[in-house]
Structures are given as structure tokens and as C-alpha cells.
Design a protein around this ligand. Structure first.
Ligand code: HEC
Length: 301
């Protein structure tokens, strides 16, 4: 057979097939295996050297065999080498196998013995490439039918739905473990004393100036009563602290001021823990009375 693909194509192709296989089979998380494990690089270099070595050995062996051939064999090989691809013996052979055509000289043997106003019919073989593709289609169809219509495997739509559902779960899981990505939808009320103590410290440092150290209210409203201008409950309070109050009222966005969602959660939880603490001389209530149940009902609507 003629050397159709030169070595400088063959070596990289084999190399990248092996490279791809390594990446496919080695579980290296979100980084490529060859970056994560330096050992893989060593293996790849060895593989590359081996491929080159194999090519060299084969070509040397070919050369020796060629030198040992008798003169007329050499001539024959050379002639073969010089033939264009379509004329070469193996190509003709391959075509013959795929199509089973009868040479035009022997066409007579295929003539069916009927004749319609001079139109005759040849009884050619079906080309094997076509016949086998057809069989493959039948096998495919049978497997497909059993798998999807009888055993009820997931179709594309179902697969997509499942993947989306899984993705949602993954995102929720991720949000839980990445508190800095928390937003008012995922925030939860903290009740452990340690978090509340940290919240108290944040409050004393940043908020007491306007809301008073006990939350009784001064420039900012009383945070200890049941009345809320911007909504009570952890989600609203978190939202207010994150994004600030109404324009021009003095309550800034603490997110813009560089407070981390995790800290906002703590200070918000602390603020809510002040409910009903009845500080001395509180500011008069602002806003509307807030009921958690009412909020739950509105949210469910
Ligand atoms: C510069 C003064 C100022 C500072 C500092 C300040 N606030 Fe306020 N805060 C206000 C004002 C004024 C309002 C009322 C906003 C409105 O009416 O829209 C308010 C509203 C609020 C509300 C909503 C109250 C309601 O009734 O809906 C919360 C919760 C709150 N502040 C918490 C905090 C927290 C926590 C901090 C510290 C991180 C803080 N504030 C710092 C002035 C301040």
C-alpha cells in the first residue's frame, strides 16, 4: 500500500488523539490534566518521542527491505509509487469492494432479457457500501425504537428539564456555601449568639450614629418596633441595608460602601433581634405595622 499520509501529519494526529484520550480519562476537575499533573506532561513528551522513534524505525526498515528487493521488484514498486492515486492497485481494489461494479466490457453479462422499445435493463449488484449502510440504519432504528419508545429513555426535552432542575439545585447548594454571593432571595435569619455579637459590633461601628446604639432611632427610624417603612423581616431588612433607603433620606447603600453580604446578613439579623427591646425614649413609629405571616401570603401570591 502506498504511504498516503506523510509522517509529519501522522505523528501530530496520533499525538493529539493520545492527548485527547488522556484528558478524557483523567479526572482533573475544572483544570486540564496536563496543567494539574506535571506527570502527564512527562508522559506526553515520552509519547511524542516514541511516536517519532517508531516512524524512524519503520522508514528505516522500509528502506532496508527496499534495498534487498530484486531489481525488477524495485522497478515495479517505483512504477507503482509514481502512479496517481486513482490508478493505484489498492485504490481500484477498494472501489471494487465498495461498489462491486462489473467492468464495462462485461456489461453484456448483466443484461436482463427483456426489451421495451429498445430500452434494456442492466441487473447491477447493489453497491455494498449502500447495502451495509442500509442494514446499519435498520439496526439503529430497532435500537432507537426499543430504547425510546418501549423502555422510555429520556428524550431531549426530558434531558434538558432534568439538567435544568439539577443546575438549580447546584446553584442553591453553591449559594449556601458562598455567603458573599447571598442576596435577599437566599438570605436567612441568623440566631446564633456569635453571629449576633458580630452583628452588634458592625451596628455599633456603622449604624449607631443614626439609629442610636440601642436601635431606638434618631436620624434613622426606630428599628426595635413593629413598624417598618421599607418592610420588615430578614429579606426586606437585608435588601434595605444592601441597597439603602429612599433617595435623600440618609440611609445609604451599604453594599456600595463595601459591606460584604455576609456582614449585612449579620447586622440585619442583629437589628431584627432588637425587636421588642423597648429602648428608652424611642423615636415615634414610622411606616406600617409589619406582620411576617402577611408577608408570607403576599410572597406566595
Ligand atoms: C446617615 C444615617 C444612617 C446611617 C449611618 C444608617 N442608617 Fe439606616 N436609615 C437611615 C434613614 C434616614 C432611614 C430611613 C430611610 C427611608 O425612609 O427610606 C434608615 C432606614 C433603615 C432601615 C429601614 C427601616 C424601615 O423602617 O424600613 C434599616 C433596616 C436600617 N436603616 C438599618 C441600618 C443599618 C444596619 C445601618 C448600619 C450598617 C444603618 N441603617 C446606617 C439613616 C441611617
Amino acid at each position: 500500500m502506498k504511504n498516503l499520509i506523510p509522517a509529519y501529519v501522522r505523528v501530530p494526529v496520533f499525538f493529539f488523539i493520545i492527548f485527547g484520550a488522556i484528558e478524557y480519562f483523567i479526572d482533573s476537575g475544572d483544570r486540564a490534566a496536563f496543567i494539574k499533573y506535571p506527570m502527564v506532561d512527562v508522559i506526553l513528551v515520552v509519547v511524542l518521542l516514541l511516536l517519532i522513534a517508531i516512524e524512524m524505525v519503520i522508514s528505516a526498515a522500509d528502506n532496508i527491505v527496499y534495498q534487498l528487493l530484486p531489481e525488477e521488484e524495485k522497478e515495479r514498486l517505483k512504477a507503482e509509487e509514481e502512479l496517481p492515486l486513482k490508478e493505484s492497485a489498492w485504490f481500484k481494489n477498494l472501489m471494487n469492494k465498495l461498489t462491486k461494479t462489473v467492468p464495462i466490457e462485461n456489461e453484456g453479462s448483466l443484461l436482463l432479457n427483456h426489451d421495451y422499445d429498445g430500452i434494456k435493463e442492466l441487473d447491477n449488484n447493489l453497491p455494498p457500501w449502500w447495502v451495509y449502510s442500509f442494514y446499519a440504519c435498520i439496526v439503529f432504528a430497532a435500537i432507537y425504537l426499543v430504547r425510546f419508545e418501549i423502555l422510555g429513555a429520556d428524550n431531549q426535552e426530558m434531558e434538558l428539564k432534568k439538567e435544568l432542575a439539577q443546575a438549580k439545585i447546584d446553584v442553591e447548594e453553591y449559594m449556601k456555601n458562598a455567603p458573599d454571593l447571598m442576596d435577599e432571595k437566599t438570605v436567612t435569619l441568623l440566631t446564633d449568639p456569635e453571629a449576633l455579637a458580630q452583628g452588634k459590633e458592625i451596628f455599633a461601628n456603622n449604624c449607631a450614629a443614626c439609629h442610636r446604639a440601642d436601635g431606638g432611632g434618631q436620624i434613622g427610624p426606630n428599628l426595635t418596633d413593629d413598624y417598618w417603612i421599607l418592610g420588615g423581616g430578614i429579606k426586606n431588612v437585608f435588601h434595605t441595608i444592601t441597597n439603602g433607603g429612599r433617595d435623600g433620606k440618609g440611609m445609604v447603600s451599604w453594599k456600595t460602601n463595601g459591606m460584604k453580604p455576609k456582614d449585612i446578613q449579620k447586622v440585619a439579623s442583629y437589628v431584627l433581634s432588637l425587636r421588642g427591646s423597648n429602648p428608652k425614649d424611642p423615636k415615634a413609629p414610622d411606616g406600617e405595622i409589619w406582620k411576617e405571616e402577611a408577608a408570607a401570603i403576599t410572597a406566595a401570591k
